[in-house]
Design a protein around this ligand. Sequence first.
Ligand code: C2E
Ligand code: MG
Ligand code: MG
Length: 540
Amino acid sequence: MTSASHTKGLARLQLVTLGITLAAIALFILVGGAALTHTMQVLRGIGHADDALSMLLLANIAIIFGGWLRHKRLTDQLAAVTAREQEARRLAEFDPLTGCLNRRSLLPAVDRLLAATARSSETLVLFLIDLDNFKQINDRHGHEAGDIALTTVARRLRAVQQQGGVVARLGGDEFACAAIMPERYRIPAEELAGGLIAAVAEPITVGGTDLQIDLTMSIGMVAAGAASPRTSEAAALLNQADVAMYRAKRQGKNRFAWFAPEMLQELELRRTLEQGIRAGLAAGEFEPYYEQQVDLVTGQISGFEMLARWRSPTHGVLTPDIFIPAAEEMGLITELSEHLISRALQDASEWDACLTLSVNISPVQLRDPWFAQRILKLLVTHNFPPARLDIEITESCLHDNPDEVRAMILSLRNQGIKVSLDDFGTGYASLNQLRDLTFDHLKIDRSFVSSMTTNDANRTIVDAVLDLGRALNLPVTAEGIETEEIVSALQSRGRIKGQGRLYGKPESTAAVRQRLGRLGMLRQSQPAEAPEERLKASNA
Ligand code: C2E
Ligand code: MG
Ligand code: MG
């Protein structure tokens, strides 16, 4: 029996018992009247006591009493069932943590708003909200603090949301608001989005302690009304708002973006890319390529930087800007990176022991507390000396979580692994960080080096970084060396390492092995060329 029919059955039974009790009371009034008259007559000596009447009266009293008891029990039972049903409905429709509507109940609520706006000139605007980097808040401050942040966000969204609209939590750190706007909805909708962002950006204090959480969020927006396509389905609107939210994230987070139909095509491309990455990883299509690093004074190769490449069966060899950000967002970067580093360690084990191997690390990997252990495990597996491995991290890693990064760098260096700061000059590394974080190398970004002989400002920046390196006792590597002129300019500035297109494009494992074989720089191989040849930077 369903819960609704059970409740109906109980209510019917309650009515029946009430009816029987009331009938018994009416009968009691009638029989009681007759019994009273008869008793009076017996007392006056007229007639005899009537046993049947007394029995009837007693039976009548028993029915009233029993009926009332049964009615009361049924009333209590019905109240309990109704309360249980209401609780079940509340749980099914509302998010238990924040008290907002949940994903299931949002859709019918939006459908109702859509139906209401369809009969008027008004517009429904749906806002899909995702908190930025919320996982870090849970990881760093614990789930209790995360829950406090979520309930505070929900309260603030409800406070800013207009009357008649709805606020829902779709799960995790995802919320949605739906609001009815006038026909010319864009400005008021953007004002509301700005208000939501500002409300959530107010610091959240956790449990009256000193701990403060600062949150930002990305919002995807879509409108349905007279002045925009009338999408009749809440689910389709939610999907479109999700696509727009994704755009807001990609544009740098902490902002809103409107849905546009072209975004669906982008989404399709993105899905294809994601499927390709998964399949490519399983099929071993990701390969390490290598770029030479050269001692500019001696001209000798000092090592190689590993650069990821995807040998896609359909698109040829693809560069990391296409697949690294997607792998980061898909949560596949650790698997991808470890696969590549493992292959690179295997390759580098065949190289001369004086050659180093540099690898690039994503900020996502640095957030993993076990990162140093994972690298160490790979080194042990390949029996590779830690001092030959150089981990390159970019400046963007530093301001995310400086304390964790400091601990990680220390842990890597304690194992003997080198750590370099990559693309220096393009991010926000402070001089304090440079002093405190104790890197082994500083790499000047190629945007300054490649034009240092043609652009005075960039030459000045290169000189300033070289001075800084000298002052902090940090060896400097110049990226983006494209001409002999740049090499000469750098050679006159001290002992610097360099890399760039002048020494050739990044090469595959086999090409590097051939190159090193020619130079006699493979393990257990004999020099194929005169030793002085080895001292020359080897042009491709
Ligand atoms: P990066 O570490 O700064 O690497 C140098 C990039 O500059 C490489 O691009 C290289 O091919 C390019 N390059 C080298 N010399 C020159 C030059 O003279 N002129 C110009 N215009 N460009 C030059 P690539 O291979 O496309 O890599 C781009 C970025 O992708 C890398 O920048 C690195 O940050 C990232 N990356 C590469 N492999 C990995 C990886 O395995 N994991 C992670 N997380 N990031 C990676
Ligand atoms: Mg690099
Ligand atoms: Mg770089």
